[in-house]
Design a binder for this molecule. Structure first.
Ligand SMILES: Nc1nc2c(ncn2[C@@H]2O[C@H](COP(=O)(O)OP(=O)(O)OP(=O)(O)O)[C@@H](O)[C@H]2O)c(=O)[nH]1
Length: 357
């Protein structure tokens, strides 16, 4: 099933909300342990335990339920993260600033805000944390008991170890998937959608690399430029889809007629190219002839009806070819000679002609 742009956006928002939910559920349970150890040590009243149970175990479920019902889950998730910060501020005050649990709670709450939205998001949530902390402390009469007992420290350890590891695992996974998507995009940027061949951008790089190799090793290479004859007539008479079918059939012929080490590409609208590696002039002429005749043999009926054929120009790499543009220009000149000579033919560029004689 194909998703609309809105559908994709919502799915992305829901994935984000899902991640926030999992982290909050884990953080809620782990922080409940450290808060419980301080509450127990301080002989906290019943209302504190009710709030503890709600915040540690019911709030993650409620926040997730509200987030999923929201038309904008991502924004809702961020809103409830601000509530999390406020809750942390409140618990720090309720724990009477018990040093180790308070410091760890503050560090973890800050860490997940930075993981979600960087320092800006931390700055957005910190006022809520401070306000809740000051307000709660004021209501309780500003009690301060900094000492942390051994049981406070032990109850803090699971939060201290498990939470950062979980957060780092999620962050690493996200980083990997972004890197993977970037690589996919980079690949797609070099591919022609209609034919699946390399596009001009990718091919130009391939040509540059081949020229550099030639300068180093003097290994031969020939650039073959293929232009479809009369494609406009196919488009005009039989429609654009018929023209597309012709272009696809050219790409199939190219693939079928060349070797693994050769690189075919769609160079422009109805222009194709093949980099024939390790090929001399005689090899290249033979391949080009094979391409020309194979296309005629297998071309779609509409292409045959419009006398749609291939004009092919060849240019060999040599040391006077300084860059890919120069190489292409030579092949282009040869290809236009093929057009001028009546189309449906193969022409080598002028330097090759001299060698042939
Ligand atoms: N169907 C289709 N047509 C395309 C595509 N890209 C370019 N064309 C068409 O290719 C045609 C190229 O026209 P021309 O340059 O006049 O070439 P031609 O009709 O093949 O004639 P000659 O090259 O002179 O033999 C134009 O009609 C373009 O619209 C494409 O992706 N699909």
């Amino acid at each position: 099933m194909q998703l609309t742009e809105d559908g994709h956006l919502r799915q992305r928002e829901l994935r984000f909300a899902g991640r926030v939910h999992h982290v909050r559920t884990l953080g809620g349970a782990l922080s409940a342990l450290l808060v419980a150890s301080v509450l127990a040590g301080n002989g906290a009243p019943a209302w504190a335990w009710v709030m503890w149970a709600f915040n540690g175990f019911a709030w993650p479920l409620l926040a997730n339920w509200l987030t999923l019902r929201s038309p904008e889950p991502s924004q809702a998730a961020r809103r409830y993260l601000v509530v999390d910060s406020a809750a942390a501020g409140m618990w720090i005050a309720v724990m009477q600033f018990n040093l180790v649990p308070s410091a760890v709670l503050l560090a973890m709450v800050s860490m997940d805000k930075i993981a979600v939205g960087g320092w800006r998001f931390l700055a957005r949530t910190t006022p809520a944390l401070l306000a809740a902390c000051v307000l709660t402390s004021a209501v309780l009469g500003f009690p301060v008991r900094l000492d942390s007992s051994m049981s406070n420290v032990l109850a803090t350890l699971p939060f201290l170890f498990i939470y950062p590891v979980a957060l780092a695992t999620i962050t690493y996974g996200l980083g990997r998937s972004v890197a993977l998507k970037n690589r996919q995009l980079e690949r797609l940027n070099r591919i022609d959608v209609l034919t699946g061949l390399q596009n001009r951008r990718g091919w130009n790089e391939t040509l540059g690399a081949e020229l550099a190799r030639h300068a180093r090793t003097r290994r031969p290479a020939v650039l073959m430029l293929v232009d479809v004859d009369n494609l406009k007539a196919v488009n005009d008479t039989h429609g654009h889809a018929a023209g597309d079918a012709v272009l696809r059939s050219v790409s199939s012929v190219l693939r079928a007629c060349i070797r693994e080490i050769d690189t075919p590409a769609r160079y422009g609208g109805d222009e194709f190219g093949v980099l024939l590696a390790e090929a001399n002039l005689v090899d290249a002429m033979r391949v080009a002839e094979r391409v020309r005749t194979a296309f005629i043999a297998g071309r779609p009926a509409q292409a045959a009806a419009e006398d749609c054929t291939l004009s092919i120009g060849l240019a060999q790499a040599d040391l006077s070819v300084v860059n890919a543009d120069e190489w292409l220009k030579r092949a282009d000149t040869a290809m236009y000679r093929a057009k001028a000579g009546g189309r449906n033919r193969v022409e080598p560029d002028a330097t090759l002609v001299r060698q042939l004689r």
